[in-house]
Design a protein around this ligand. Structure first.
Ligand SMILES: NC(=O)c1ccc[n+]([C@@H]2O[C@H](COP(=O)([O-])OP(=O)(O)OC[C@H]3O[C@@H](n4cnc5c(N)ncnc54)[C@H](O)[C@@H]3O)[C@@H](O)[C@H]2O)c1
Length: 430
């Protein structure tokens, strides 16, 4: 008997996941829930596997579904995840996992107590940039981690419609959501490579003065006046990282830089990615006494490789080389929306030709959640990693409220000993 997956929140994002959950070969039935029930009804009509529609998460929790995927508004997730776990359901949660440290603490404790699967739907984990750097970091190609940058720039003009969609007349109150309470995409650009932890932060806030009045602290549900926040972090492995969360900005989107002692990955302009390294490093540094200290260091030269083609999402045609266990009849068909970096052999054949999204991540998110439940292994974005992605932003926001005061970031621990991982590279370092 396959799984029954309930999806709560059939809004602008959640509806894109109905097709994928329904197509997964280990999922028998899909239930949908939304407080605006017509949204769920309308979507249900498009999918044969959707057999029930509910008007709230509460009703979904009372149903016989095995797991619940939350795609509700960003400040609601921790409470709802705890509610679903306590109802005996495995939980997938859209980002962020939580908006306070107390919520995070309760979430980690509830996952530990129930032993159920919890997965944060962090799309950045599967970005080609993060994926590529993760592999090379694990192989030792970066050397020791020195410095990382992650940024999520998304101008408020693009958020008017999404916030109005579910926010009604009061949409501006929640559109002021503090940028650093949405930190997981950009923090994942650093920790999704190193699996270390942010230990301290100092964060500056940009006081907004735009005429739209969204970041009016008297109107904001969070009393928030910052539209942009920049934080500098200390990392547990001795490095540092700069994270930008900008919502009033004339520059776009997600970018990542990872610098090690031996090599670097830099994404400084849209669509550009460069890998550079010190050729001859290992030989030159193997014996410190052999280094020539005249300042020339001729034995070490800087090399670089343009990797911009990995940011092209033309999909992968299935061949004998990348097919994994896919059947003969799928050879020649195309896995959509992925770049050459993605390991499509991990995906079920049923996903071939289906829509993907967010840099090829949607199909891997669904696969990892189902695989985690059915094989009793931890997904990469498990609750302990989710806490590492989320807590830094929560504390950073508090730092910016206190004029960039340096603050410690709590440690929410690591998975229980003996827990098995879907992605062996995702083991958390202390
Ligand atoms: N790259 C990414 O990871 C990414 C991208 C987009 C959105 N998101 C996340 O996805 C989530 C949803 O975003 P969205 O743009 O679709 O929002 P949305 O407002 O369009 O959709 C949310 C839906 O949840 C419903 N809802 C609220 N409370 C509910 C409840 N108790 N029970 C059932 N339904 C309920 C609302 O009626 C609405 O239809 C957000 O948390 C956002 O942060 C993540």
């Amino acid at each position: 008997m396959g799984l029954t997956i309930g999806i709560s929140g059939i809004g602008q994002f959640g509806r894109h996941f109905v097709e994928l959950f329904a197509a997964h070969p280990l999922v028998d039935r899909v239930y949908l829930a939304d407080v605006i029930v017509d949204r769920a009804r309308k979507e249900a009509a498009n999918h044969a596997k959707v057999s029930e529609v509910y008007g709230s998460l509460d009703e979904l929790c009372r149903s016989d579904c095995d797991a619940i995927a939350l795609f509700t508004q960003r400040w609601t997730h921790a409470d709802q995840a705890v509610q679903a776990l306590r109802a005996g359901k495995h939980v997938y949660s859209a980002v962020p996992a939580a908006v306070t440290l107390d919520e995070l603490d309760l979430l980690v404790r509830t996952v530990t107590e129930t032993g159920l699967t919890y997965m944060l739907g962090e799309t950045s984990y599967y970005r080609p940039q993060t994926t590529y750097c993760r592999r090379r970091f694990a192989a030792g190609d970066f050397g020791r981690f020195v410095y990382g940058e992650g940024q999520y720039h998304h101008d408020m003009a693009h958020f008017y419609t999404p916030y109005k969609f579910s926010g009604g007349d009061e949409w501006k109150r929640t559109a002021s959501f503090p940028p650093m309470l949405y930190p997981t995409h950009s923090v994942c650009h650093v920790l999704g490579v190193t699996f270390s932890r942010m230990t301290h932060v100092s964060c500056f806030g940009f006081v907004d003065d735009h005429v739209d009045g969204i970041f009016d602290e008297h109107l904001s549900l969070w009393g928030n006046r910052f539209s942009n926040q920049t934080a500098l972090f200390r990392t547990a492995d001795g490095g540092s990282a700069r994270i930008n969360e900008f919502r009033r900005v004339g520059a776009g989107e997600s970018r990542q830089t990872t610098i090690g002692t031996k090599a670097a990955f830099e994404e400084q302009a849209p669509g550009s990615a460069v890998w550079s390294w010190l050729e001859g490093y290992d030989a030159a540094y193997a014996d410190a006494s052999a280094i020539d200290w005249d300042g020339t260091r001729k034995s070490v030269t800087r090399q670089s490789q343009d990797l911009s083609n990995m940011l092209v999402y033309d999909g992968q045609v299935i061949t004998d080389k990348n097919r994994g266990t896919l059947p003969d009849e799928l050879v020649g068909r195309t896995h959509l929306g992925v770049s050459w970096v993605h390991d499509v052999a991990r995906l079920p054949g049923e996903f071939v030709g289906l829509a993907n999204g967010h840099c090829g991540s949607h199909q891997f998110l669904v696969q990892d959640f189902v695989e985690a439940i059915t094989t009793d292994r931890l997904p990469p974005n498990n609750v302990w990693f989710a806490a590492r992605l989320n807590a830094p932003g929560i504390v950073a926001h508090e730092s910016s409220r206190r004029g960039a005061e340096l603050l410690p970031i709590p440690d929410f621990g690591t998975p229980p000993p003996g827990a098995k991982l879907i992605d062996p590279l995702s083991s958390l370092r202390s």
